[in-house]
Structures are given as structure tokens and as C-alpha cells.
Design a protein around this ligand. Structure first.
Ligand code: DC
Length: 502
């Protein structure tokens, strides 16, 4: 809507950086949309300074500015216009409650802008989180051929989130308005302390008391509270306890006649991403690259099952004999490490088995070894210990179901057997192994799928809350992009920024 500030500028900078990597152009639309203002709202005084907006847009790397008039955008007039109605569950709470019709107005104008501009990517700020959720849903529900990406909320040094409406505030009101970010930050701090403190005292801090603390912080500063609400960030459904993570704690308040909004995300720990799926779906390649992109630890649990299988083979133990295999686990010292160049090394009982565990012999035995309850128990325990502090992407077969059932994002990465056989053939050739016929490889893959999916303990199945990603015909880069989109819908930059851009 114009009234551009550094928050918009930072979003343009993100778009500009993405464009530098992938090509394309960046267009900025500026349109103060009458449809999204209520009768008593600030449509008339909303800041309009197209000259300043154009300067800022150009400086931030925009190629074009699209600033239609109301008559140009709605030639038939607003009264006769087809409107879009976001789902009730997304508009009944938060800002939707006190701004009836607002999000329908937003959805309608954005659909029209998208139809006129036809972008590949729509960039939106996380500051207006409810709007972002609603517009993502609009894109999904209408099947629009574009992706939605978001940028973090930019704040002044004192914590006040940048907003075009901040310019309505007098210097004294600016001070008063700080109660909004400060009360929310204090609540987040309290939640963190409660979670980091005694696990057994979890639950002693109630969400209701946090909400109450924010509310009273706002009141004390003389703000008039519109709402303080805790919701699940994607469904926007109300939550009652601090168990949900991430959890969105959002507030709106009036400072004089100016309505301000702000939010904070509460997270119990840095994020965990679970990538499960059958052999040869491309999990390793994309998981490794995705971990590097987001600055997360990469955990290849298949390598752990392979290392134990190598130990079983080296000891001359029957892989099917649970008791004998279990005997090897007593003093197991299994280590995964990553070099500065990102290469993974695997050692078991002091022996480097990085290459040896990739041999066709180990591959043919691993599913049998991995099916033993004692093996799964030992390795699951170690994996959970490695993930206790979060901040990792783990790939395997049972990550989202058995190892990290509370992962923020679960993906079931798969491909047809034929496609996986082709990939396996390439992989074997690259590693210098003999390459069997494709039909033979396909049969081996189908057999491993069967063994992994039919074992009694922690079989390979898609978690109920996992997103299925079928990678046939997708490039590696495209799969990683998809993962990033799925991740950022669940863990926005406001909740967990990730590494500073290079
Ligand atoms: O992903 P991979 O091919 O390196 O995995 C090797 C085998 O290990 C796989 O066939 C099944 C087993 N595995 C498992 O049972 N559970 C995991 N979390 C990871 C791998």
C-alpha cells in the first residue's frame, strides 16, 4: 500500500537477491486498496507519497513500480466487483475479528494484482502474518501458478516493528507503542525460561498467564487492547497450552487512534526437519544441501544403519540373528562427523567406514539388520540425543514417525521405482561399482521397500502429518526450493531466522 519504509526495502532486497540467483524482474505494486478499509478506518489519511516510494523502490533494486489508480484497478467500480472470501477459520480470529471484510478486501485486490502481473513469486512480509497465511491459502486454493515467499519483520533499534502507520505516532506515542514489542518479547523470554528450566515444571507456566501479562503490559502503557491471542501459525486455530511449537502470540492495540499490530513466535527449540522415504528417492543429496542452505546440522541415519551392518558383516555374524547382532551393540561407538568442506565421515568403533558402507554388499544386508528391535532402539536413542537441542535435518525411514515425531516439518520424499533405479545406476557408476541391469536394480529397490515397510518395529510409512513430495522429473534444485517453501510456511524467519545471508 505504499508509505514505504525499510521493511518494504528489506523485502525488495530479498526479492532482488533471489532474482540475481534465478533471473527475472522485481515489480513492486503500490495501491491503497479501498476494499480493505472499514468505514471508520484510515483510508483517507493513509500515507501516500508515490515520489518517495518510487525512490525507495529503485534504490532497493525494483525494476518497475505498478501504481494503478482505483479507477484503473477496478474499472467497473467496487460495487459490482467479484469478491474473494477467505475461509472463516482464517478470518474469524486475530485482526479479522475487529476488521470485518478486511481480508476479503485484501484477497480480492491481491488476486486481481496477481492476475494482471502474473508473477512467478509473490513476496510478502511476515509482519502481517494473518494476511500472509490467507494469501498463501488463496494461491493454493485457486491453484495459482506461483509461489509465495516471505521476509522477516524489520524492527527499529528499540524493537518497534516498522509500519507505514508508525508515522501517525507522535514522539511520545512512539514511546508508548514500545509496550507492544516489549510485552511480547517479555512473554517469549518467560516461555523460553520455563522451557529451558526444569522439564518437570513445564506446564507450571500457563499460556493464559502469558497472555494476561502481555495484556497488562499494554494497558499499563496506556494502549487500548484489541486482542492478545495465541494461535497455531498455519491454521490460525486458537491454542490453549504452550505445547504447540512454533506458536504465534499476536497482539493488536490502539495508540491514540492508530491501530498497531505485532507478534512473536514461541519455539521450544531450534527446528527439526524429518525427511523420510524409500531408497533412491534422492534424500541424501537434497537433505545435505537443504541443511547447508539453512545452517542446520545434517543427520544421515541410513549411514548409521549401514555402519552397524558393516560391523555385523566384518564380525562374520549372521545378519538375521537378532541375539548375535545385539551382542555387537554393547560398546558401540558410532560417530558421524562433517568436514569443513561438508563431506561426511562415518566411523564405527574407531574405524573409518565412510566408503565401505556404500558397497552393494552392505546395501543388500542393511534392511535385515535395520529390522532388529535392538538395533533400532540403540540407534534411535543416539539419534534422539543428537537432536535433543534441535537445529537439524535428519533423513531416514522413521524420522517423522519414531525418532522425531514432534519435528516442525516432515517430508515423505519419494519417486517411482523406475526413477529410483535409474538414479541408483548413476550413483553406482559414479562410485565405480558394477552397474546391474535396470530391471535388476528395480527389483532390488522394490525388495528393500518391502522389507523396510513391512518390518515390525518402526516401519517405513508416511507420517500422518508428513507432506509427500514426489521427485520424478524434478531437479535437485527444484526439490530443495520446495523444501524451503514448506519449511518457511511452518517456521518463518520471524521464528527462526537461519544463517545470515552470504
Ligand atoms: O538411506 P539409506 O539407503 O542409506 O538407508 C540404508 C538402510 O537403512 C535402509 O534400507 C533402511 C535402513 N534405515 C532405517 O531402517 N531407518 C532409518 N531411519 C534409516 C535407514
Amino acid at each position: 500500500m505504499g508509505g514505504l519504509h525499510q521493511g518494504h526495502q528489506s523485502l525488495l532486497a530479498l526479492a532482488d537477491r533471489a532474482r540475481a540467483a534465478r533471473g527475472g524482474r522485481v515489480l513492486l505494486s503500490v495501491f491503497v486498496n479501498p476494499l480493505q478499509f472499514g468505514p471508520a478506518e484510515d483510508l483517507d489519511r493513509y500515507p501516500r507519497d508515490l515520489g518517495a516510494d518510487a525512490q525507495l523502490a529503485a534504490a532497493a533494486g525494483a525494476d518497475a513500480l505498478f501504481a494503478p489508480s482505483v479507477a484503473e484497478l477496478y474499472p467497473g467500480g467496487p460495487a459490482e466487483l467479484t469478491r474473494l472470501l477467505p475461509p472463516a477459520s482464517l478470518v474469524e480470529g486475530l485482526c479479522g475479528r475487529s476488521r470485518p471484510g478486511h481480508f476479503a478486501g485484501v484477497a480480492t485486490v491481491v488476486a486481481r494484482l496477481l492476475a494482471l502481473v502474473r508473477p512467478d513469486v509473490l513476496w510478502l512480509g511476515e509482519k502481517d502474518w494473518q494476511q500472509l497465511v490467507i494469501l498463501r491459502r488463496l494461491v493454493a486454493d485457486l491453484g495459482l501458478p506461483l509461489v509465495v515467499r516471505s521476509g522477516p519483520t524489520l524492527r527499529q533499534a528499540d524493537g518497534l516493528p516498522l509500519s507505514s502507520r508508525n508515522r501517525y505516532l507522535s514522539p511520545q506515542q512512539q514511546q508508548q507503542a514500545l509496550a507492544l514489542p516489549r510485552s511480547l518479547a517479555a512473554a517469549a523470554q518467560q516461555a523460553r525460561q520455563a522451557q529451558a528450566g526444569a522439564r518437570d515444571s513445564q506446564g507450571s507456566l500457563s499460556l493464559a498467564s502469558l497472555i494476561e501479562a502481555v495484556r497488562s503490559g499494554l494497558l499499563q502503557a496506556g494502549l487500548v487492547v484489541d486482542y492478545v491471542e495465541a494461535v497455531e501459525p498455519r491454521s490460525l486455530r486458537s491454542v490453549e497450552t504452550l505445547q504447540t511449537s512454533p506458536l504465534l502470540l499476536a497482539a493488536a492495540a490502539y495508540c491514540g487512534t492508530t491501530r498497531l499490530i505485532d507478534h512473536v513466535f514461541l519455539m521450544r527449540r531450534p527446528p527439526i526437519i524429518a525427511i523420510d522415504g524409500p531408497a533412491g528417492a534422492g534424500k541424501s543429496t537434497v537433505t545435505k544441501a537443504f541443511a547447508a542452505r539453512l545452517g542446520l546440522i545434517y543427520l544421515d541415519t541410513g549411514a548409521m544403519y549401514r555402519a552397524v551392518t558393516w560391523l555385523v558383516a566384518a564380525a562374520g555374524v549372521d545378519p538375521a540373528a537378532a541375539g548375535a547382532v545385539g551382542g555387537l551393540l554393547a560398546d558401540l561407538d558410532l560417530q558421524l562427523s562433517t568436514s569443513a568442506e561438508g563431506a561426511q565421515r562415518v566411523t564405527i568403533n574407531g574405524q573409518d567406514v565412510t566408503e565401505a558402507i556404500r558397497s552393494p554388499e552392505i546395501t543388500s544386508l542393511v534392511s535385515v539388520v535395520a529390522a532388529h528391535g535392538c538395533v533400532r532402539e540403540a540407534l534411535t536413542r543416539q539419534q534422539q540425543a543428537m537432536g535433543a537441542r534441535g537445529g537439524l535435518v535428519a533423513e531416514g525411514r522413521d524420522i517423522g514417525t519414531a525418532v522425531f515425531p514432534d519435528a516442525e516439518l516432515k517430508v515423505f520424499l519419494t519417486a517411482t521405482v523406475g526413477e529410483r533405479a535409474r538414479r541408483r545406476a548413476l550413483d553406482l557408476a559414479q562410485k565405480g561399482f558394477a552397474v546391474p541391469e535396470l530391471a535388476e536394480l528395480a527389483a532390488q529397490i522394490a525388495e528393500r521397500d518391502h522389507l523396510d515397510s513391512s518390518r515390525a518395529v518402526a516401519p517405513l510409512i508416511q507420517a500422518a502429518d508428513a507432506v509427500e513430495l514426489i521427485t520424478d522429473g524434478l531437479s535437485i534444485a527444484a526439490v530443495i526450493d520446495q523444501l524451503e517453501l514448506l519449511f518457511r510456511e511452518r517456521v518463518p524467519a520471524d521464528a527462526w531466522p537461519g544463517p545470515a545471508p552470504a
